[in-house]
Write a protein that binds this ligand. Sequence first.
Ligand SMILES: Nc1ncnc2[nH]cnc12
Ligand SMILES: [Zn+2]
Length: 331
Amino acid sequence: MRDFLKRLPKAELHLHIEGTLEPELMMALAERNGVSLPYASEDEVRAAYDFEDLQSFLDLYYQGMSVLRTERDFHDLAMDYFQRAHAEGVVHVELHVDPQAHLARGVCLETVMEGLGQARRRAERELDMSTALIMAFLRDRPAEEAMRLLERAEPYWEILDAVGLDSAELGHPPAKFAEVFQRARALGLPRVAHAGEEGPPEYIREALDVLDVCRVDHGVRCLEDPELVARLREQGTVLTVCPLSNLRLKVVERLDDHPLPELLKSGLNLTLNSDDPAYFGGGMLENFEACQRAFDWSRGTFIDLARNAIDAAFMSETRRTELLERLKTCG
Ligand SMILES: Nc1ncnc2[nH]cnc12
Ligand SMILES: [Zn+2]
């Protein structure tokens, strides 16, 4: 089965590029840039990854990214991830990036975008990997700051595939960002948002009604609201589910308790993703394998999930056709 899951052409729709920073690269960049970290070794970094909830993870996630300072750092970060993902049979990656977290540290938007752009072009050329870029707003910061970022990103509007919404969910409902998302819509930018990870089903409704998102990141708490489930099913809204993330952030106690089988039974349009692979114990292949162990799904189920991701991805129709063809030969 591992071989089959590896061969499966996997499209990853929910990944935070800053969440791919492995302890080895974190330590190397800290050294290169003279940034001090509260860890003496990679093992100490790993030992700190024992999270209670989303906030306890975010605290380390923002601390970890303090080592990213230059264009080359962002290039190295993304290229490192693309190579690992490629080795796991990932053929398309949609990366969320959190510019506000970098701007707040004095790293300018151009540094982030140019570094990531270089890596994306190399991935395309050297790994035959397509990529998409989602510029995310931090929901625990003021909406005015998000609006300033959107305007500041004008030179990059052309290369953005979507805007997103992430960071601490509770207490920061999607409606707080109504104007920002309206502006993104007016600019012709597709929209996605994290909702229903730790937050209530009401946040998923708001993401749909107020932000007009085409996909919901996580969305697992929709099951608490049967009417919402029916609506998501009828609309075919994609949920980008992240099993190992939900486990490590204690959204569920054990993977066997994960709502994925129920979400599947409810006829929802699901995809599997890694979220922050360096922090949550594995990339796409580990997430697929963990589901195989926990739920004993058939090959057909994994093929369906992989197809959902390709169908919903921000990619050219030529690329989509090519990947769907590749998927057919996989069974
Ligand atoms: N799982 C997650 N939820 C919300 N914001 C995030 N930023 C990075 N990972 C995240
Ligand atoms: Zn996420």
